[in-house]
Design a binder for this molecule. Structure first.
Ligand SMILES: [Zn+2]
Length: 140
């Protein structure tokens, strides 16, 4: 396997199952990616051309990094957002239990987790295990 020395945003290459779930939830606005959602929505999600799917606009050594302003750090963008939203609405009609309320497309959550009992998304971030460079504020 070739070594990949690229640097990725924590949203583009999350560590751990909770952060990985948070990424899927942020991209799709669904608490779980069903087979139907995977098949109909995934083709409309493509690597961000602005950052090469790294989610970063730049890294500055030990100072930190900047999130890509196009994909907000997720490393992916919607090929056709209107079509994506239309297909997502069709899925939600059939499976309303998997919708994430107040979802905004293309914006990462640090780590939303589904509360299965109440079926709501709560913020329940565990502490990061490894030290990680911080994000720098975008100018302007
Ligand atoms: Zn990007």
């Amino acid at each position: 396997m070739p070594s990949d020395e690229k640097v990725y945003s924590p949203y583009a290459k999350p560590r751990g199952i909770i952060a990985m779930r948070a990424r899927v939830q942020a991209i799709y606005g669904l608490t779980t990616l069903t087979k139907e959602a995977q098949e109909t929505l995934s083709p409309l999600v493509v690597d961000c051309p602005a950052c090469g799917a790294t989610g970063l606009a730049g890294t500055y050594g030990g100072m930190g990094w900047l999130l890509c302003p196009r994909c907000h750090g997720l490393g992916v963008v919607y090929r056709d957002l209107e079509k994506f939203l239309a297909r997502r609405r069709e899925i939600i009609v059939r499976q309303p239990e998997i919708v994430i309320p107040d979802w905004t497309p293309g914006r990462p959550y640090r780590c939303p987790v589904l509360d299965l009992k109440r079926n709501i998304v709560i913020d329940a971030c565990p502490e990061d295990e490894l030290p990680r460079q911080g994000a720098l504020p975008l100018e302007g």
